[in-house]
Design a protein around this ligand. Structure first.
Ligand code: NAD
Ligand code: MG
Length: 352
């Protein structure tokens, strides 16, 4: 890792050949976070788009109001040369069963996450392309960046190349939704799926929330105020993460005091120690073996008993109540920020 060699391929606008998509129809199934962004960006790029939604979907009105053609998933898939599967991962297998007969030889199944293909929950025929363009960002940013002539970085992968041009077509799709403006990294369905699951479990969603809760509990149990514990262990995390995001660990260490740097460097590994590392390796093995995927599929089939229980437990953690109260008291509270208004008087009322 010490030599500066990149082990990845990155593609930009100039690498894309838009003739690969310009005369095609893209069926976007789903109009949620990713779906609305892909559909609108594709349409603004001049690509023919049809949005596939159930007859009773509450998103139908939104898609039509955005000027898009709406059909059922089956009708849309029948019209599409490329079928972009942007319904939630847990419903993709059943949606695929409904539309599979609409896929003609040489058509494309396009994904934004590899879970169902990698874990064999969707098994497309060999005569269709299976590819992925996955923006590394929530959909509203994919849309907003596009409108501001900016891009959103993304991942690209080809699982099955029936036409011999799957990668070129995926690059054209990435171009049309604005990803090649920022850069698209080539990966595989396996790598995208396994690193995504590991990252969200061990570090991003799972690891960090446990770290925050344990830090908070340690301070409160030792008699410190709940408010101070909240600020130290949750609120200030954003400042630290922003610095790491901007300039890596180094910028963070440079920006904090020498005392914080020495304390952190000598104590951090004692918190996330070799046991944590062993647990991470176990989590990775469960991702690689498919054990986690099977657990989540079974959980869904049973209507998510464990999911709902853990979710309620998390919502009832004391830190949530303390945080809601504190955020309401201070100026960074969401309501004050999100309500955009030119009226100064109104602004003051909102922040009160
Ligand atoms: P979402 O939950 O925001 O949207 C789902 C959409 O599908 C909604 O419009 C809903 O009405 C529709 N839908 C739900 N059930 C349906 C059904 N049975 N038939 C037809 N339509 C149905 O989903 P999302 O977060 O945009 O995720 C879509 C894909 O994008 C997933 O593969 C996800 O992993 C991937 N992805 C998401 C993000 C993100 O930030 N949200 C980022 C990268 C990749
Ligand atoms: Mg993710």
């Amino acid at each position: 890792m010490s030599d500066a060699e990149f082990t990845i391929d990155v593609y930009y606008d100039d690498d894309a050949d838009r003739s690969q998509i310009d005369d095609k129809t893209v069926a976007v199934l789903g109009y949620g976070s990713q779906g609305h962004a892909h559909a609108q960006n594709l349409a603004d790029s001049g690509v023919d788009v049809v949005v596939g939604l159930r007859e009773d979907s509450s998103s139908r009105d939104a898609a039509e109001a955005d000027g898009l053609r709406v059909a059922t998933p089956v009708e849309a898939a029948a019209q599409g040369d490329i079928v972009s599967v942007l319904v939630p991962d847990t419903v993709q297998p059943s949606v695929f069963e409904a539309i599979r007969d609409e896929l003609e030889p040489g058509n494309t199944l396009q994904f934004a996450h590899g879970f169902n293909i990698h874990y064999n929950q969707i098994r497309p025929r060999e005569d269709v392309n299976v590819q992925m363009v996955a923006p590394k960002s929530p959909g509203h940013l994919v849309r907003r960046n596009f409108e501001n002539d900016e891009g959103t970085p993304g991942l690209l992968a080809v699982y099955q190349d029936a036409t011999g041009e799957a990668k070129e077509e995926a690059l054209a799709y990435a171009h049309a939704i604005g990803c090649t403006r920022a850069g698209v990294i080539e990966t595989t369905f396996r790598e995208e799926t396994e690193t995504d699951l590991f990252g969200e479990q061990a570090v991003l969603c799972g690891g960090i929330t446990s770290l925050v809760k344990q830090g908070y509990e340690t301070l409160v149990d030792a008699g410190y105020s709940r408010e101070m514990a909240y600020f130290e262990c949750l609120n200030e995390l954003k400042l630290i993460v922003d610095l790491m995001y901007e300039g890596g660990l180094g910028e963070m260490w440079d920006s904090v005091s020498d005392t914080a740097e020495y304390g952190g460097l000598t104590r951090g590994d004692a918190v996330v120690d070799e046991h944590a590392r062993e647990n991470m390796e176990e989590i990775l093995e469960e991702v690689q073996s498919g054990e986690f995927a099977q657990e989540w599929i079974t959980e869904n089939q049973a209507n998510r008993p464990k999911y709902w229980q853990l979710r309620a437990q998390e919502e009832n953690h004391e830190i949530e109540e303390v945080g809601a109260r504190l955020r309401g008291l201070f100026a960074w509270a969401e309501e004050g920020e999100e309500e955009e208004t030119d009226d100064e008087d109104e602004k003051i009322t909102l922040n009160e």
